[in-house]
Design a protein around this ligand. Structure first.
Ligand code: ADP
Ligand code: ASP
Ligand code: MG
Length: 404
């Protein structure tokens, strides 16, 4: 018999009917004799609703209190699911992040998992109970509740699977696997039977919401057998693994990330140390910088000034601008311009390493769709471009049609 970790997302447990359906699925695996640990997300739009509720009271609540509030969504789900399983007549216990020893760092709102003790889970499994775990939450060294970042329940599930050395970690969601692009938005997107950890990690980090990027990172690190499946239909999904059988010729997916902003610093001195000063300033405040573009120097004779542009997460935009403005004197630029009306569109594929012309094909698709590229960044297995947000969906569709 196997030890199975399952995770059901928000839409899979949205209402009483959904909860009952999922309860029967859990019951089925349990009665086959498997040990079951099931991680749940908050129901439907609960997390968004809680954020809205908070903002009705305070537009800038502290991150600590936000985590206190948001963690309640998952707690509600596990209690309700436990009641559904009790009704079926099965032994079950629901547990919070704290109760399972999910220890995180102090970074409220996007805490990283440091350690899971999971001793309580083991005891409950030994008693042959179905263990339901509230996803997305942990506890830090001050015994405060933390959350793992939006979509973080996937990471809870993988962390538990890694800790318990589970046979498989199954992520049940509202689509039946990982697709070449968001199947709800992109015509012609098709399901992948398998994908490598590396490609999935890129896709997830570049905006494909289907898996939390840290979940994929952890699955790779601990070689967790990871599957993405539909919670609504019974059919095979996508396996995420180290090596895939399918020969990779082109790309495995196209992703969009609209959660970014671009900051351009115009007219900085063209001298050593400027980039260092700017990015150290941001790093000190934990502001992550993504695509960076530096113009060649300009001005008469010895290229006196240059421009540096970069992207940050949208939530960091205002703080980054403030920091740069506070330090205008020492940085010595002429102006900064900031916009959040941008999006990043990316292609990902391990096959890119061996093939040539992949980027050119992507740019051709954008040219044909008349989408202007503001910035470009590449790595071994991805190419990203920054485009106007209003054109991003069209860009993804055009690129997808070109490759698939
Ligand atoms: P859950 O609540 O189950 O965690 P999410 O909403 O976080 O579900 O993730 C599932 C959604 O991810 C799908 O409904 C789909 O619209 C979106 N998505 C984006 N990119 C992809 C992709 N490449 N493959 C599958 N789904 C994707
Ligand atoms: N409920 C959280 C969210 O909406 C975590 C999750 O669903 O994974 O982001
Ligand atoms: Mg999710």
């Amino acid at each position: 018999m196997a030890l199975i970790v399952q995770k059901y997302g928000g839409s899979s447990v949205a209402d009483a009917e959904c909860i009952e359906r999922v309860a029967w699925r859990i019951a089925e695996s349990y009665t086959e004799g498997h040990d079951m640990v099931v991680v749940l997300s908050a129901q439907g739009d609960t997390t968004d609703d809680l954020i809205a509720k908070a903002n009705e009271i305070n537009e800038k609540p502290s991150k600590r209190e936000m985590d206190m509030l948001l963690s309640t969504g998952e707690q509600m789900s596990v209690a309700l699911m436990a009641m559904a399983l009790e009704k079926i007549g099965l032994p079950v216990v629901s547990l919070t992040g704290w109760q399972i020893g999910m220890q995180t760092d102090d970074n409220y709102g996007s805490a990283k998992i440091k350690k899971v003790t999971a001793s309580r889970i083991k005891t409950e499994l030994d008693r042959r109970r179905i263990v339901l775990v509230a996803g997305f939450q942990g506890v830090n060294r001050y015994d405060d509740i933390t959350t793992l970042g939006r979509g973080g329940s996937d990471t809870t599930a993988v962390a538990i699977a890694a800790n318990l050395n589970a046979d498989v970690c199954q992520i049940f969601t509202d689509v039946d696997g990982v697709y070449t692009s968001d199947p709800r938005k992109i015509q012609g997107a098709h399901k992948l039977d398998e994908i490598t950890y590396d490609e999935m990690l890129e896709l997830a980090s570049l905006g494909a919401q289907v898996l939390h990027n840290r979940a994929v990172e952890m699955a790779k690190l601990y070689a967790v057998k990871l599957e993405v499946l539909s919670s609504f239909e019974k059919k095979s999904g996508t396996e995420v693994k180290e090596v895939t059988k399918v020969e990779q010729t082109k790309i495995s997916g196209v992703a969009k990330d609209a959660d970014i902003a671009r900051i351009a610093i115009v007219g900085v001195k063209n001298e050593p140390g400027i980039a260092y000063k700017i990015f150290r300033l941001l790093a000190r405040e934990d502001i992550n910088v993504d695509i960076i573009l530096q113009s060649i120097g300009r001005g008469h004779e010895l290229s006196e000034t240059k421009d540096i542009s970069f992207t940050v997460a949208r939530a960091d935009m205002d703080r980054a601008r403030e920091l740069l403005e506070e330090n205008k004197q020492s940085l010595g630029y002429s102006e900064i311009s900031v916009t959040d009306k941008v999006a990043k569109v990316s292609i990902v594929g391990a096959g890119m390493m061996a093939a040539s012309g992949i980027a050119a094909t992507m740019f051709e698709a954008l040219y044909e769709a008349k989408v202007n590229i503001a910035m470009i960044s590449t790595s071994e297995i991805k190419v990203s471009v920054l485009v106007d947000e209003s054109e991003a969906d069209r860009a993804v569709q055009a690129i997808h049609a070109k490759f698939f």
